[in-house]
Design a protein around this ligand. Structure first.
Ligand code: PMP
Length: 312
């Protein structure tokens, strides 16, 4: 169950959590007309701080632009709204969900006469993929969408019908997650995570052309790897690379860095977390927990006075 917070930001003002409702005839309910973000706020020693807020709000605006939804806020205004939501509700660490959708207007497919609504909310949320030793995953029988069908670069609600098929199939077959291939049969990504493989010391990840979401955690990991002199190659990855990789892991806001232990019951490497994954994992979590300096300026601090930290 979602743990409620007090207020939700809606088009520039706050409403009570229970009052943030939509009409069943809203365009989004019928046609999936939404774009959204998933953002995390961490608890640093100096207080709560939002991870890569600017990049998330930029991707939200990019997703909206692709779908011709006019958002009447700048990136900076949206970042400020995210900060205000966390400061107002005072619940951290937390997950933040900004969402833009087409509301109540007309019944047909044409979205233009349905108003664009913007909401931002936050709630406590822990680990997404359990398992410190790595997760067991499968290759999905579902593929990601072909180019020029649904735009993979947009984080749109409708894309997650595909993700749900991948996730349900994986769970019903006893796996933690499914890896989808792209329409040409190359590795794409998990239902809600980007994918990385290590082979002979080089880090490989699929390119944007393989129907992936341009993940912000993916970008952070590429940056960390390059700064640790790990070669990074963005290239199309044949399925069998999954079976012969030395290491593999998922990245995502929810999943953070989640090591993969097996794919289709074939152990990844020796079936234990490898050295490249371990180094990146350690570095990334040191930054996220404020034990290492935020040298990339990835955090936006949230000014709070009252100590309403989760569990406090
Ligand atoms: N791919 C998909 C399909 C996702 O839903 C997500 C989660 N937003 C990601 C990749 C990872 O993106 P990010 O690191 O920006 O959360």
């Amino acid at each position: 169950m979602i743990q409620k917070t007090e207020k939700i930001w809606h088009n520039g003002s706050f409403v009570a959590w229970d009052d943030a409702k939509v009409h069943v005839m809203s365009h989004v309910v019928h046609y999936g007309t939404s774009v959204f973000e998933g953002v995390r706020c961490y608890s640093l020693p100096q207080g709560p701080a939002i991870f890569r807020a600017q990049e998330h709000m930029q991707r939200l605006l990019d997703s909206a632009k692709i779908y011709r939804m006019e958002v009447p806020y700048t990136r900076e205004q949206l970042v400020q709204a995210v900060v205000d939501v966390v400061a107002t509700n005072g619940a951290w660490p937390c997950y933040i969900r900004p969402i833009v959708f087409r509301g109540y207007g007309e019944a047909g497919v044409n979205p233009f006469n349905c108003p664009v609504e913007t909401y931002i909310l936050n709630f406590p949320w822990g680990k997404y993929l359990a398992g410190e030793e790595g997760v067991d995953v499968c290759v999905s029988s579902w593929t990601r969408f072909a180019p020029n069908t649904l735009p993979a670069m947009a984080k749109a609600g409708a894309n997650y019908m595909n993700s749900q098929l991948i996730k349900m199939e994986a769970h019903l077959n006893g796996y933690a997650e499914g890896i989808a291939l792209d329409p040409s049969g190359y590795v794409s990504e998990g239902s809600g995570e980007n994918l990385f493989l290590v082979r002979n010391g080089t880090l490989y990840t699929p390119p944007l052309g393989s129907s992936i979401l341009p993940g912000i955690t993916r970008d952070s990991v590429i940056r960390l790897a390059r700064d640790h002199c790990v070669p990074v190659v963005e290239q199309m990855i044949p399925r069998e690379m999954l079976y012969v990789a030395d290491e593999a892991f998922f990245t995502g806001t929810a999943a953070e860095i989640s090591p993969i232990r097996s794919v289709d019951k074939i152990p990844v490497g020796k079936g234990a977390i490898g050295p490249v994954t371990a180094t990146l994992h350690k570095e990334f979590f040191a930054i996220l927990h404020g034990q290492a300096e935020d040298k990339y300026h990835w955090f936006t601090p949230v000014p709070v006075r009252a100590a309403k930290q989760q569990g406090a």
